[in-house]
Design a protein around this ligand. Structure first.
Ligand code: KG4
Ligand code: ZN
Length: 330
């Protein structure tokens, strides 16, 4: 069977077609970064309007490139949260009306679950149990995934999410939105820094994170100096290292304490090259899994994949899929 995945929780319109036996057939992600750039963050109303404009043209292109027809689709899965309400509603309305017109089901998918499971879509060797670090613009969640249906949140950011702090610090440095790739680019142009920012909660006994103090420390530093290219590079370098130090330290501690060898790092921040490199180096006695870079940030493929997993579960366990239920992973 072929599943259409629809993602519209924030500023990416993502559509994908996933085949239950052949895997991912195709996917298209249309980013709205150029629309939101001048505001330094996502404007929900503009995001909703752009999703509405894009769904049908993207679906047409996707069907064309995969040589498929609308009638080949047997199920639609769409993101129902967490995310921005307006953008989510556009995806729900599009998915439910298309499903109604095709006389098929539309099911709801949790965006966090999709990020967490996304590496399994490509790498069939990855199976739970694993420790999951989900680092996106809205969430920093550390969890223990025992199997596809059983997961335990063991730690999270008590304030800002890691990606959010990348975006806010980038803005203070005069860098473009989204800030993660911009900070990463500036940081990669140096190998040392004249700044040393705090590593918040790195020694705390729990698995929680805190990034707002780090953000304030960077912003206060910026207020007191005249920025030039070298200073921007130096600040970006130590800021990026600070976030990475804390993320790696807590994740490896969880893997050690729970005696779990598989670690999955997903969500937009997992696209960060230095984060990937250092996880592979410092976690060399573990198996570290990342989604392909194109599936780190929001996309429809991970939503279609969860639709497939839910459907497989239904077939295997004879469960009812209820299109009305609000999915909540944790
Ligand atoms: O998963 P995602 O696309 O959307 C949410 O679910 O939030 O994550 C977006 C976040 C943004 O904050 C963005 O700055 C960050 O991921 N990001 C990065 C990188 N690429 C994207 N952060 C650090 N380094 C990157 N290379
Ligand atoms: Zn996301």
């Amino acid at each position: 069977m072929i599943i259409l995945g629809v993602e519209s929780s924030c500023d990416e319109t993502g559509l994908a077609l996933f085949h239950s036996e052949k895997g991912l057939l195709g996917h298209i992600t249309s980013s709205q970064h150029s629309i939101h750039k001048e505001y330094g963050g996502v404007v929900p109303e503009l995001a909703s309007r752009d999703h509405v404009k894009k769904f049908i043209p993207i679906l047409g292109k996707l069907l064309n490139t995969t040589n498929l027809n609308l009638e080949d689709i047997s199920l639609i899965s769409f993101t129902n949260g967490p995310g921005l309400l307006g953008p989510l509603l556009t995806g729900a309305a599009f998915s439910k009306s298309l499903a109604y017109s095709l006389n098929i089901q539309a099911i709801e998918v949790d965006h966090l679950e999709a990020h967490i499971m996304s590496p399994m879509m490509i790498d069939s060797t990855l199976k739970p149990p694993f420790i999951s670090l989900l680092v996106s613009g809205g969430h920093t969640f550390l969890s223990k995934i025992d199997n596809v249906y059983n997961h335990e949140l063991i730690g999270k950011s008590v304030d800002d999410a890691a990606g959010e702090v990348f975006d806010k610090v980038a803005r203070s440095l005069g860098l473009a939105y989204p800030g993660g790739p911009e900070i990463s680019k500036a940081a990669s142009q140096t190998s040392k820094s004249s700044f040393k920012f705090p590593r918040p909660m790195i020694k705390s006994d729990d698995y929680n994170f805190s990034f707002s103090g780090l953000k304030t420390s960077v912003i206060n530093t910026i207020k007191n100096i005249n920025l030039d290219d070298k200073i921007v590079r130096d600040i970006a370098y130590d800021f990026e290292n600070s976030v990475i130090d804390v993320l790696i330290s807590k994740t490896l501690k969880a893997a050690k304490n729970f005696e779990i060898k598989n670690v999955v790092v997903s969500g937009g921040v997992s696209a960060n090259k230095k984060l990937r490199k250092r996880f592979n180096e410092e976690g060399r006695d573990l198996n570290i899994f990342f989604p392909d870079i194109e599936f780190s940030t929001d996309n429809g493929a991970m939503i279609a994949y969860i639709g497939y997993l839910k459907c497989k579960n239904k077939l295997e366990n004879n469960l009812e899929i209820n299109p009305q239920t609000t999915s909540s992973f944790f």
